[in-house]
Design a protein around this ligand. Structure first.
Ligand code: TPP
Ligand code: SF4
Length: 306
């Protein structure tokens, strides 16, 4: 991979001047993904923070062809565009090699867009679907999604006298995508650009569908100072809350092993959404979270044969 100095010389295709919150991870994800693109690229973007804050008419932060899709169908939109491209190529009306990427938040991916995503993957379109996963429906006021961790305080799973936040554990969407038997599936976070960028390049090079689940810290919904976005992603990896790995043609590979596996409390403590878990009586939730993380980490290690 090119080093940071070389990358900094590349033309930025996702520009500043958008209206994402200061320190928002969604913009950092979009920027890194577009830096990774070596061919012309077409983007489809589901409704969500990334979409609404970067395309306020008559402005746009995208210097590439970009389509807004409804909340539920970014995967169908990009699949249709790729099918049209193939038809035009067959007729000789297009000769250029083009890549196709869809962006959806966790709400648009884990929940409402899951059917369109599954269908597009199963049909075998040559597309990369990226979930920028901030673990809630941030754009409409921090409602819980099926990607929200157990115990988190959200506006639809509020913590209070009678509630300890979200009751259910989060869904393992990366595992669901692996079960589609597509050529490339990866999980990462924006805090490791030297992992994220080569993964995008690998995904775009495969002859078929690919999927990336990118953990995106959200300073507003998670409740931490804007300058800590990169630190939050690192903490997620170092506590093994968010294992960094890839699955290429069914083969698992661990891409990051923390020198020391930190307790899950190190990731929970700096975030307001978990503040109530440190009140007396809620120790059990933290214990459960730690057990869930340990179990999942062991599973990933065993899948990766490490
Ligand atoms: C079918 C449908 N239901 C609900 C909405 C309202 N809505 C717009 S954005 C959004 C939340 C998006 O959450 P997510 O996909 O996680 O992206 P984020 O805002 O976190 O970036 C919702 C519920 C909608 N636009 N369409
Ligand atoms: S609410 Fe979160 S995801 Fe949305 S713009 Fe703000 S920091 Fe970014």
């Amino acid at each position: 991979m090119a080093n940071l100095k070389e990358l900094s010389k590349k033309e930025e295709l996702f520009t500043g001047g958008h209206r994402l919150c200061s320190g928002c991870g969604a913009g950092i994800v979009a920027r890194q993904v577009l830096i990774a693109c070596e061919k012309p690229v077409v983007i489809a973007n589901a409704t969500g923070c990334l979409e609404v804050a970067t395309t306020i008419f008559p402005y746009t932060a995208w210097k590439v062809p970009w389509f807004h899709s409804a909340f539920e169908n970014a995967a169908a939109t990009i699949a249709g565009i790729e099918a049209a491209y193939n038809a035009l190529k067959k007729k000789g009306k297009i000769t250029e090699e083009i890549n196709f990427i869809a962006f959806g938040g966790d709400g648009g991916t884990y929940d409402i867009g899951l059917q369109a995503l599954s269908g597009a993957m199963e049909r075998g379109h040559r597309i990369l679907y990226i979930c920028y996963n901030n673990e809630a429906y941030m754009n409409t006021g921090i409602q819980r999604s099926s990607a929200t961790p157990k115990g988190a305080n959200t506006t639809t799973a509020p913590s209070g006298k009678r509630s300890t936040g979200k009751i259910q554990a989060r869904k393992d969407l990366t595992a669901i995508m692996v079960a589609h038997n597509i050529p490339y599936v990866a999980q990462t976070t924006l805090s490791f650009h030297n992992d994220l960028i080569p993964k995008v390049q690998k995904a775009l090079a495969v002859d078929g569908p690919s999927f990336m689940n990118i953990l995106q810290p959200c300073r507003l919904g998670w409740g931490y100072p804007p300058e800590d976005t990169i630190r939050m992603g690192r903490l997620a990896a170092d506590t093994c809350i968010w294992p960094i790995y890839e699955v290429e043609n069914g083969l698992y590979k661990l891409n990051y092993k923390p020198k020391e596996k930190n307790p899950v409390t190190e990731w929970l403590k700096p975030q307001n959404r978990f503040k109530h878990l440190f009140s007396p009586g809620n120790e059990e939730i933290i214990k459960q979270l730690q057990e869930d993380v340990d179990k999942n980490w062991e599973k990933i290690l065993s899948n990766c044969n490490t």
